[in-house]
Design a protein around this ligand. Structure first.
Ligand code: AR6
Length: 186
């Protein structure tokens, strides 16, 4: 599914984030920026050991913030590492998850990156329910594209078909409510 917001595109795809050819991919990292399980493990394996070598020198990353590295053996030139909240059910979850998307996109623009792929941050090991996280992710990305024209493409890469369906449902709801979002039929 693909939509247009101003002159930028936002799309949803099912797949593996390590295979994406956008200029940057986003890593759902931990505070140490160490290789872990899930997306982080897959990204570090595909990028090779140099990625961890570079991460070691960055002094970690606070929850909701973002850091950038090279992509090494990945098809993407850059990895933007952001640390999602561990789901608590409190209002701060929404603020911190939104901050992850915002700080990653801001860092991308500052770095001259025009296309970026995101996984569903915090929805694995960190336990954020997909239904709730998808609303925060999509609304934050759409709001960013409306306010800033530095990014041409945001791709959400969902690992499972169920995660893709949830995001499609949410995005369809947003398209219906907001005339600034144009559905692209391919
Ligand atoms: N491509 C795209 N999505 C994926 C992939 C992949 N290759 N692999 C898993 N997912 P998680 P978190 C989905 O746990 O919840 C790590 O150990 C997965 O199905 O990777 O933010 C870190 O080091 C889920 O929907 O990230 C941290 O300690 C989503 O990606 C911690 O886990 C996020 O799952 C971060 O936890």
């Amino acid at each position: 599914m693909k939509v247009k917001i101003g002159s930028s595109f936002l799309e949803l795809a099912q797949g593996d984030i390590t295979k994406q050819n956008t200029e940057a991919i986003v890593n759902a990292a931990n505070n140490r920026l160490a290789p872990g399980g899930g997306v982080a493990g897959a990204i570090h394996r595909a990028a090779g050991p140099e990625l961890w070598e570079e991460c070691k020198g960055l002094g970690g990353c606070r929850t909701g913030e973002a850091k950038i590295t090279m992509g090494y053996k990945l098809p993407a030139c850059y990895v933007i590492h952001t640390v999602g909240p561990i789901y608590s059910g409190e209002p701060k979850d929404v603020i911190l998850l939104g901050a992850c998307y915002n700080s990653s996109l801001k860092l991308a623009v500052e770095s001259g990156i025009k296309s970026i792929s995101f996984p569903a941050i915090s929805t694995g090991v960190f336990g954020y329910p997909l239904e709730k996280a998808s609303v925060v992710a999509l609304k934050t990305a759409i709001e960013f594209l409306k306010q800033c024209d530095g990014i041409d493409l945001i791709r959400f890469v969902l690992y499972s078909e169920q995660a893709l369906r949830i995001h499609e449902k949410r995005l369809n709801e947003l398209v219906e409510k907001d005339t600034d979002i144009e559905l692209i039929r391919e």
